[in-house]
Write a protein that binds this ligand. Structure first.
Ligand code: CO8
Length: 256
């Protein structure tokens, strides 16, 4: 499929997808969801891809769902569009490989929700997060009401979604919404360095770590520990695990 709204590339096991609709600050419309789901189908089938990075073209990460589409919706259409967004973003959360959001500017509404569905967020100093839906008479519809509090706490989620205020990159870092803050001109270099560092690790270990951290998050510690033991032990079935440990003992780099 040819993409109108996505630019894609792969380098050293890292796939980069840039949402590119800068004239509308990369607002998410139906066409985006069709293209993005097709792109994810390809990522899921491609074992060469170890890490996925998502960013936005121009001065915005994503400034939300496309308000010009939302304005014409009724109950049924809103349900469909909300489910489509929730399901698409859940795919990112459940993707076997790590997903990094490189947040280069506005991450508002659906854009904040997209960033929160990624495994972590590296943000430019000029990034601005927010869930401004209440200014439009709406609430978040792509799992923002659920993910925000899990990432940044109940009080911060309520404050953000009741006031609709923008959140600076520094505040996002402080509240746990962002994991690292970098200068705008260094953002992509920094993110690609981190992504390649992850991609150079044992790929089964990376996948298991993501799977078990995410699966265990909604469970109690006893159930989580059982998941961990199962996943930890399963790794011993893979030759690459032994290679990682042997390489350490032989004082060399692993040859995965
Ligand atoms: N949708 C559609 N168009 C947009 C959006 C958007 N979310 N954001 C910006 N644009 C467009 C503008 O209309 C403008 O287009 P044009 O040049 O044709 O007039 C262009 O992008 C540039 O925007 P601005 O001129 O406004 O740029 P500024 O730098 O002055 O302002 C802002 C930047 C502050 C980001 C401003 O554009 C803004 O407030 N945008 C809207 C942010 C927002 O409210 N986002 C939340 C949207 S609702 C949502 O995401 C709900 C998600 C769940 C949906 C569930 C489905 C049912």
């Amino acid at each position: 499929m040819e993409y109108n709204l996505l630019k894609t590339s792969i380098d050293a096991g890292v796939a980069l997808v840039t949402i590119s609709r800068p004239e509308a600050l990369n607002a998410l419309n139906s066409e985006f969801f069709t293209e993005f789901n097709d792109f994810l189908n390809g990522v899921e089938k491609n074992d060469m891809i170890k890490v996925l990075v998502i960013t936005g073209d121009g001065k915005s990460f994503v400034a939300g769902a496309d308000i010009s589409e939302l304005v014409n919706m009724n109950y049924e259409k809103a349900c469909c569009f909300s489910k489509l967004g929730q399901n698409t973003f859940s795919r990112l959360e459940n993707l076997k490989i790590p997903v990094i959001a490189a947040v280069n500017g506005y991450a508002l509404g659906g854009g904040c929700e997209l960033a929160m569905a990624c495994d972590f967020r590296i943000v430019s100093r000029n990034a601005k997060f927010g869930q401004p839906e209440v200014h439009l008479g709406l609430i978040p519809g792509y799992s923002g009401t659920q993910r925000f509090s899990r990432l940044a706490g109940l009080g911060n989620a309520l404050y953000a979604m009741l006031t609709g205020e923008m959140i600076s990159a520094e505040e996002a870092l402080h509240m746990g919404l962002a994991q690292k803050l970098v200068e705008p001109e260094n953002l992509m270099d920094e993110v690609m360095t981190i992504a390649k560092k992850i991609a150079a690790n044992g790929s089964q270990a990376i996948r298991k770590a993501k799977e078990i951290i995410r699966k265990g998050y909604d469970k109690n510690i006893k159930e989580g520990n059982e998941l961990e033991t199962e996943a930890f032990s399963k790794l011993f079935d893979y030759p690459s695990t032994k290679e990682g440990m042997r390489a350490f003992l032989e004082k060399r780099k692993p040859n995965w």
